[in-house]
Design a protein around this ligand. Structure first.
Ligand SMILES: CC(C)(COP(=O)(O)OP(=O)(O)OC[C@H]1O[C@@H](n2cnc3c(N)ncnc32)[C@H](O)[C@@H]1OP(=O)(O)O)[C@@H](O)C(=O)NCCC(=O)NCCS
Length: 177
């Protein structure tokens, strides 16, 4: 059973919590608005959504669909999503673990640019969860030039594996086991 996990912000040293998205009721209207703001922030939007949304803004409806889908996926453990809440319970990031096969999962993450400092520690916690579930390998695919993401992986001893060239972008595969 997935449970909330305490996580410390490296910069502020304040303690937040990683909450598995197991129930839509855990997400208030205020959370939906906050996630919308984070997803539309320059850092996150450009890296994660710009291409698929073709420069259209992430709407409240998009966020609600994202939450619904994430809860379903987390309940059946295909794609596990945790949100990070700070000490005032404000959503300030998220981590997801996507099943590739029985031995491998891909990790992804996003953060409120106004609240840096949680992600490396949060990813470390979710890697422990992944190991408990039985995954042997965790990989990640930051885009070439995504230095913020690459720094997270370097801090956690992920090793660079290879460059993956897609029609519209170049991804860097990193792996830890
Ligand atoms: C990638 C992303 C999640 C990183 O968020 P972040 O807040 O910079 O990450 P962290 O909390 O780990 O680190 C913030 C700062 O805290 C410090 N820090 C955090 N944990 C630390 C640790 N264990 N040891 C030392 N310093 C640490 C560092 O100073 C770090 O800044 P630096 O990376 O410039 O050195 C964020 O930039 C983002 O949302 N990007 C858009 C989405 C994205 O690219 N996702 C990844 C797709 S693969």
């Amino acid at each position: 059973m997935l449970k909330p996990i305490k996580v410390r912000n490296f910069l502020s040293q304040k303690v937040g919590v990683l909450v598995p998205l197991l129930d839509e009721e855990l997400i208030s209207d205020k959370d939906v608005q906050q996630i919308k703001n984070i997803f539309n922030s320059h850092d996150v939007y450009d890296r994660l959504f710009k291409r698929t949304l073709k420069n259209r803004a992430f709407t409240l409806e998009n966020v609600k669909r994202y939450i619904k889908w994430s809860v379903t996926q987390t309940l059946n453990k295909n794609n596990i999503t945790y949100i990070i809440r700070d000490k005032n319970t404000i959503v300030c990031g998220g981590i997801d673990l996507q099943k590739v096969d029985s031995e491998t999962a891909t990790i992804g993450y996003w953060a409120d640019p106004k609240t840096p400092g949680f992600i490396t520690n949060a990813v470390k916690e979710i890697i422990k969860v992944a190991k408990e579930i039985g995954y042997k390998n965790i990989d990640a695919y930051p885009e070439e030039g995504n230095e913020k993401s690459i720094k997270v992986l370097n801090r956690l001893d992920f090793k660079y594996v290879e460059k993956i060239i897609k029609p519209d972008k170049v991804l860097l595969k990193y792996l830890t086991s």
